[in-house]
Design a protein around this ligand. Structure first.
Ligand code: MEV
Length: 311
């Protein structure tokens, strides 16, 4: 055991395939290191205690909302065969409930921090198993994409239950990410899509899920063959389908319209939707800056730029 354990995780951006990924369709996501979480683990004199932006106090008194974090700590200690009491400090620049994978990132950083504290190796597969337990509590029916992306440094093509494929990124374009400032409701959104898919008119929604999957599949080639225009069109089509699945919002729609009327090649929500963040594809940095300013003027609370040029 060391005097201090540290664990990191990054935010993630889903380019294509949110929601449909839950149903076994392909998805594409990138790690987003502009936003990060750091968990610091130390010995505690008394009971295990947490210090994070939502809560400061004893693990046992933690509100139900943080049940997923409690599970991560409990499962990690059980797996390590440890009963020590700990003091955990969680510092985050990932906005919570904005489709950037904050809940998975907290679980990733905390698991890594605890293993680091006890100086034990942590295989990526074991990390994903632990985070999955916590994500089931936070999201109900997670695809595993958030856990993967918040613990990785490579863009991935991901199909639930299959080995992941790194994306060969060759795209001259800039991604603009904008936060509506409204918390998304991933758990509810995932559950509502599930109700639609299982409803009497389920076949219509299953078709939309399949179409989203096809767009993600095609986008993989657009990303590696430098076809930003085609990717932009695919993003617009995905936004329409996600809207028809009921996971967009007035705020997201307003930002999408603003980006498209300022020369974006495409724009869509990212992550669970119903609030949270949207993304817009710009031809170059200059266009991206114009789009980011327009998005701020249209109500975005924060914007980030991500150069996609790749390797
Ligand atoms: C949430 O970031 C992404 C969803 O597809 C849910 C999931 O993949 O578990 C909406």
């Amino acid at each position: 055991m060391s005097t201090q354990g540290i664990g990191y995780a990054n935010g993630k951006i889903i380019l294509m395939g949110e929601h449909s990924v839950v149903y076994g369709e392909p998805s594409i996501a990138i790690p987003f290191p502009a936003t990060q979480i750091k968990t610091t683990v130390q010995a505690s004199e008394g009971e295990t205690a947490i210090d994070c932006v939502f809560y400061k106090g004893l693990l046992n008194d933690m509100p139900e909302l943080l049940e997923s974090l409690k599970a991560v700590i409990k499962v990690s200690l059980e797996r390590l065969g440890q009963t020590d009491t700990l003091s955990l400090t969680i510092d985050s620049t990932i906005p919570a409930e904005r489709g950037m994978g904050s809940s998975a990132a907290v679980a990733v950083a905390t698991t890594r921090g605890i293993y680091d504290y006890f100086q034990q190796p942590l295989a990526h597969s074991e990390l994903l198993e632990i985070v999955d337990i916590s994500e089931k509590i936070a999201h109900g029916n997670p695809s595993g994409l958030d856990a993967l992306m918040t613990s990785s440094s490579t863009p991935y093509y991901y199909i639930k239950g299959q080995p992941v494929t790194p994306i060969d990124l060759h795209l001259t374009a800039v991604l603009v990410v904008a936060d509506t400032g409204k918390t998304g409701q991933t758990k509810e959104a995932v559950a509502n899509v599930g109700e639609k898919v299982r409803s009497k008119s389920g076949a219509i929604y299953q078709r939309k899920i399949k179409d989203l999957g096809q767009l993600a599949k095609a986008s993989k080639d657009y990303l590696s063959q430098n076809q930003p225009e085609k990717l932009g069109l695919a993003m617009n089509q995905a936004q329409n389908l996600l809207s028809e699945l009921g996971v967009s919002s007035l705020e997201l729609d307003a930002l999408v319209v603003s980006a498209l009327s300022h020369n974006a090649l495409g724009a869509k929500l990212t992550g669970g939707g119903r609030g949270g963040c949207m993304i817009a594809l710009a031809r170059d940095l200059n266009d991206a800056q114009v789009i980011a300013s327009a998005l701020k003027a249209a109500g975005a609370k924060a914007t980030w730029l991500y150069e996609m040029s790749g390797n």
